[in-house]
Write a protein that binds this ligand. Structure first.
Ligand code: HEM
Length: 110
């Protein structure tokens, strides 16, 4: 939903190419996200709920599915063990937005 909820297919696989990007994506699912951001050149500043209640395996499967739904070859895969390792510390949704800003500086997000 342009201007409200950013597109994921075709972007998750690009963000997930680096360990820092995979870390960020797992944090979004585990903690939610709230802060101004730009995705595909459009501005967003709304709130994404946490999906912490889902099992590690499900979060890994959702992110792997979205990654594979992009058109690029060799889409990155997410592992349940990596999700499990990030359950603590619990982050605020705005701390995840800070993580996104830091990530964007080292690996610009699409
Ligand atoms: C399991 C399903 C979902 C997945 C995998 C998912 C994944 C993501 C990811 C990875 C981002 C960050 C995108 C980026 O950094 O460019 C994001 C952002 C966002 N998502 Fe979700 N999301 C899901 C469900 C939802 C739902 C149900 C809502 C609304 C109720 C939602 C609302 C948002 C919003 C508003 C943002 C942008 C946050 C902001 O402006 O600060 N998402 N989502």
């Amino acid at each position: 939903m342009k201007g409200e909820i950013p597109p994921l297919i075709g972007r998750i696989d690009q963000i997930a190419r680096t360990p820092e990007g995979r870390h960020y994506l797992a944090d979004v699912l585990l903690n939610g996200l709230n802060g101004p951001l730009i995705a595909n050149g459009d501005r967003y500043n709304f709130s994404m709920p946490s999906f912490r209640r889902l099992p590690d395996q499900d979060i890994a499967a959702i992110l792997t599915y979205l990654s594979a739904a992009g058109d690029r070859p060799d889409p990155p895969v997410f592992h349940a063990a990596d999700i499990a390792a990030q359950r603590t510390p619990v982050l605020s949704p705005s701390a995840v937005a800070d993580e996104r800003r830091a990530l964007d500086k080292i690996h610009p997000l699409p």
